[in-house]
Design a binder for this molecule. Structure first.
Ligand code: CTP
Ligand code: MN
Ligand code: MN
Length: 511
């Protein structure tokens, strides 16, 4: 015999039965009494008392509740209780809904009005908020975190990044990465670290980083970081590695040879590559940040030349500017054509044309380093490096030069021109570092993802692919080692999809 369906218990009404003799005297205050630990009969007694005094009392399911009152519970326990009841108050705890101890209630009852809420009345909302944040696990992979440009930990990340840089200057890449990862995690937090215990639930923050963070939280500065900042080697390494074409090894050798300034490099007739000579010549301009409007002006200049060379080809601004940065150290541009193969030879033509017009102060083209498609497939299948093989050009542009006017040296008279408002200084041109990369259309989403950065984001995308998905990702393709196939994608979103990652837009890749 079929059983009769069990009749569902009726939901209690939202409002507690109001005493007919009471009227609401404080319409802005709606109490909710937490029966947990208090018990139902005491709750009913207190509710009647409050209603007699002109207070409105409702259940946790009401959206109108402003004051949640409990007895003998911690903030965390009340939040848990509200959550279990699916109370709409949950969302507004801390802003609009107050979690209060019974002391506020009894004082209000004897005053005959809602007394002002003092800190001692509040259940620890801040502590509770931290608990909640702790529960939202922060991923150890930057590609599973949203990292906007602006964040709450400028002082801490600056210090950690100096430690990362210093380690890099000594060739300690592992240590450098550890500091850089710690900084990256802090950049992604939507809340603020105020005490060392706040780091408890965070990944990638090692002992050393923790020590430095603690020092800064307590004293405002880290003595270790300050010592590095002041050190002669750090300052010299910073100066030298900012020269275009100079890496850590060269800078370190120069420092060991006793060289300290740019003038020293010239005076000692230090052997410089063509790239480094150009870097030194335009040092001042190249160490001045490129603005977004300068980047756009250069993008347009390249777009015009590209259109002349290969109609239908496109130019996309990538790198830091695509992530929303307002300034950067260079301009990264990605060139492609909607028909695969049409892009071959484009870079040479574009560079030759711009050189003729006098827009280039320096350039060096690197050919596509793949010999054949088979080579390419092989390399991607096995690859663990982040190097890619696109045809590319590292260059220095003359922004604001007259077409045809090639300035000979930085000391040469600066020419007035029609884009002077872009470079900011009247009648001047400015040397700007530009990276041009050409990609076949079928690889464009991979190249776009690979060249948008940040470096931390890219590194973790590859690490995640390898360790969590058994796939190889680089700026050309995504290879599934288990299925032994290349996964195609027509957009960045599809690549995230293949990796089972939530899509993160460029503005939130500032890891
Ligand atoms: N990149 C790369 N191969 C290179 C150089 C750079 O794949 N040989 C990638 C980097 O991983 C980064 C992006 O290109 O994701 C941009 O690099 P870069 O211009 O150095 O950094 P930005 O993030 O643009 O920083 P900035 O604003 O200072 O230029
Ligand atoms: Mn860049
Ligand atoms: Mn670049």
């Amino acid at each position: 015999m079929a059983q009769l369906p069990v009749k569902k218990k009726r939901q209690p009404p939202v409002s507690l039965p109001a005493d007919p003799e009471c009227c609401v005297r404080f319409p802005g205050v709606v109490l909710c009494l937490v029966e947990k630990k208090m018990g139902l009969s005491r709750k009913a007694f207190l509710a009647t008392l409050a209603q007699r005094k002109g207070f409105c009392v409702e259940e946790a399911s009401s959206e109108r509740v402003t004051h949640v009152v409990s007895e003998g519970n911690s903030g965390g326990e009340v939040v848990e209780w509200l959550k279990r009841k699916s109370s709409p108050c949950m969302e507004a705890v801390g802003h609009g809904v107050a979690l209060l101890d019974l002391s506020w209630f009894t004082e209000s009852m004897s005053a005959g009005r809602p007394v002002e809420i003092e800190p001692r009345h509040r259940l620890q909302v801040a502590a509770h908020a931290k608990e909640l944040e702790g529960q939202c696990q922060v991923s150890a992979y930057a590609c599973q975190r949203r990292t906007p440009l602006e964040h709450n930990h400028q002082m801490l990340t600056e210090a950690l990044e100096i430690l990362a840089e210093e380690a890099h200057f000594w060739g300690s890449e592992g240590r450098s990465l550890a500091f850089s990862r710690a900084a990256s995690v802090l950049k992604s937090l939507p809340w603020t670290v105020r005490k060392i215990q706040d780091l408890k639930s965070l990944p990638c923050i090692g002992e050393h980083s923790r020590r430095v963070i603690q020092e800064i939280l307590e004293d405002g500065v880290s003595s270790e970081v300050e010592k590095i900042r002041q050190s002669e080697r750090y300052q010299t390494m910073k100066l030298f590695t900012k020269i275009f074409g100079v890496g850590v090894k060269t800078a370190s050798r120069w420092h060991q040879e006793g060289l300290r300034t740019l003038a020293d490099l010239q005076a000692h007739h230090t052997k410089l590559s063509k790239e480094q000579q150009a870097g030194l010549l335009h040092y001042e301009d190249l160490s001045t940040p490129v603005t977004f409007s300068e980047a756009e002006a250069i993008g347009q200049l390249v777009r015009d030349v590209v259109e002349q060379c290969l109609p239908g080809a496109s130019v996309t601004l990538t790198g830091g500017f695509r992530r929303g940065k307002q300034s950067g150290h260079d301009v990264d541009l990605l060139l492609t054509h909607p028909v695969d193969g049409q892009e071959i030879g484009l870079l040479g033509k574009v560079i030759a044309q711009m050189d003729r017009q006098g827009f280039l102060l320096y350039h060096s083209i690197h050919r596509n380093t793949f010999q054949s498609f088979e080579d390419e497939a092989q390399e991607i299948r096995d690859s663990t490096t982040s190097m890619d093989h696109f045809e590319r050009c590292f260059s220095i542009f003359c922004l604001g030069c007259f077409p045809g006017g090639i300035p000979g040296s930085a000391s040469e008279a600066r020419r007035p021109n029609n884009t002077e408002q872009v470079s900011g200084t009247t009648g001047s041109w400015k040397a700007v570092r530009v990276d041009l990369v050409v990609t076949p259309c079928s690889q464009f989403p991979f190249a776009l993802l690979g060249w948008t950065g940040s470096q931390n984001f890219e590194r973790d995308l590859r690490r995640f692919s390898k360790h969590e998905k058994k796939m190889t990702l680089n700026s050309h393709a995504l290879y599934d080692k288990g299925k032994r196939t290349f996964l195609t994608a027509a957009s960045e979103e599809e690549i995230f999809n293949h990796l089972d990652l939530e899509y993160i837009p460029p503005e939130e890749r500032n890891a």
